[in-house]
Design a protein around this ligand. Structure first.
Ligand code: HEM
Ligand SMILES: *[C@@H]1O[C@H](CO)[C@@H](O)[C@H](O)[C@H]1NC(C)=O
Ligand SMILES: *[C@@H]1O[C@H](CO)[C@@H](O)[C@H](O)[C@H]1NC(C)=O
Ligand SMILES: *[C@@H]1O[C@H](CO)[C@@H](O)[C@H](O)[C@H]1NC(C)=O
Length: 209
């Protein structure tokens, strides 16, 4: 099943969000034939390759996606995992980090602030979507205790994962998570998501940077 559905990314580009105002680098992950999850990232302009920088992440998924995952270092283990799923009319984001191919525990070194429901975060008859600022997604302790800094000026190898089954306690960010049905990696052009107005847009959407 996993191998059969290991289909990868079908399109890439820049998405300018009229609601939040951010310019995102977008990748569409083909998780089933004809069905995609959009992963979007916005970063500040002018950050260098050896510093931790904040990101704004936006994910848009069809309602049949039980959970979607993003692995910031391109593998299941030794990198921050952003796991997200529908929770009624809202979206739950959970911060995880795995050291084995088993259910990933909580990860306190990455934190998320969701944009308000109705703006960057919403659920309608076909999709769930959220937008959040992540602090701690782009710099982390990787394999062999190496400090890893993602590159704001080019591509980073990341990975997605998908399950059609939902987490058992959708309203809890520590819910147990069923294993994925499909996953794949891609090279994400962070530079395409650079925003000169990053701080001002955070203030507009969150009330602070
Ligand atoms: C919830 C329980 C989970 C279990 C039991 C699990 C188990 C596994 C196993 C056994 C593999 C290797 C075999 C294969 O290719 O299928 C794997 C690979 C992978 N998993 Fe998970 N996983 C879980 C959650 C997650 C989550 C939340 C993510 C978030 C992004 C994730 C991302 C990946 C990725 C990217 C790979 C392929 C690269 C690699 O092997 O490191 N997994 N997982
Ligand atoms: C990178 O940015 C950090 C944080 O702003 C700064 O401390 C460091 O000196 C910068 N490094 C280079 C090589 O510009
Ligand atoms: C769950 O949310 C709380 C409150 O925002 C946060 O402190 C905690 O780190 C989160 N845990 C996970 C696993 O995301
Ligand atoms: C539902 O929400 C998604 C994601 O925000 C959006 O792409 C889609 O156009 C919306 N559908 C309707 C009918 O408003």
């Amino acid at each position: 099943m996993a191998a059969l559905l290991n289909l990868g990314v079908v399109s890439a580009g820049v998405y300018v969000d009229p609601i939040t105002g951010f310019t995102f680098s977008q990748y569409d992950a083909l998780y089933q034939l004809g069905k995609t999850i959009a992963f979007r990232i916005a970063i500040p302009t002018g950050v260098n390759s050896s510093s931790a920088f904040p990101v704004v992440i936006q994910v848009v998924a069809p309602l049949d996606v039980g959970w979607a995952g993003l692995a910031w270092g391109g593998s299941m283990t030794y990198n921050p995992l952003t796991v997200q799923w529908q929770n009624g009319n809202n979206v739950q984001v959970s911060s995880r980090y795995a050291t084995a191919h088993s259910p990933p525990p909580s990860y306190a070194a990455a934190t998320y602030e969701l944009f308000k429901t109705g703006t960057g975060t919403k659920v309608n008859g076909t999709h769930w979507q959220y937008t959040a600022k992540c602090t701690g997604c782009t710099a982390f302790t990787g394999a062999n205790n190496a400090r890893v800094f993602l590159n704001p000026n080019g591509g980073n190898r990341v990975a997605w994962a998908f399950s059609s089954a939902k987490p058992s306690s959708p309203s809890s960010n520590t819910s147990s998570i069923p294993v994925h049905d499909a996953q794949n990696t891609w090279n994400w052009d962070f530079a395409a998501g650079a925003n000169p107005q990053f701080s001002a847009l955070l203030v507009k959407n969150l009330g602070h940077t």
